[in-house]
Ligand binder design. Sequence first.
Ligand SMILES: CSCCC(=O)C(=O)COP(=O)(O)O
Ligand SMILES: [Zn+2]
Length: 214
Amino acid sequence: MQELPSSVDPARFALCADAIAEAARELALLGWTPATSSNFSMRVNDELAAITISGRDKGRLGREDIMLVDMAGHAVGTHARPSAETGLHTQAYRRLPHAQVVLHTHSRTQSVASRLFAREGVVRLEGWELQKAITGYTTHESVLDIPVFPNTQYMPELVARIDAWLDAGKPLHAYLIDGHGIYTWGADMAEARRHLEALEFLLACELDLRRFSA
Ligand SMILES: CSCCC(=O)C(=O)COP(=O)(O)O
Ligand SMILES: [Zn+2]
């Protein structure tokens, strides 16, 4: 049972929880959240985020499957266990002030691409019109690098790798985790969804290019 701190308007929490549940249902229908995988969150205010409870079927979420965490990833107002990957969500909110929504999925395309490009450490997207679906990209002539980080069950290790990428001043709109899936975000749900859909399409194109040019 989620108790709301006085700093959270119940209507705001309901809006966040409903938006997460609706997006998750639609992404599950695409087959991008197999076997309870994936997790989703939305910034509630400067201190708190709404996030999926760990282990829930992402195709069947209701408000009771969403909980609050602080920006250190600690549960707030509930004994429920937040997503095992909460640290990646709260890192995005701490490091990327424009990020209001974080989406993580495990589609087959994302998973295969993460394995195939792990050795290079990056998927370089260049020459695709759909790069313009990523905010700030205005031409297919741009270069969009999606890093691939090694998978680990120890979130602080992954957080450190992502921090290092950001600290080097490299643009970051999404990342893959080897053998795992993708993370991306946006200034609202629509932008985060657009980024996720565009990247799914672009990764599939890159996989096809590799397959046909082998
Ligand atoms: C069965 S999926 C393995 C964990 C994972 O990668 C994931 O995305 C879901 O974890 P959560 O704790 O958020 O349910
Ligand atoms: Zn995952």
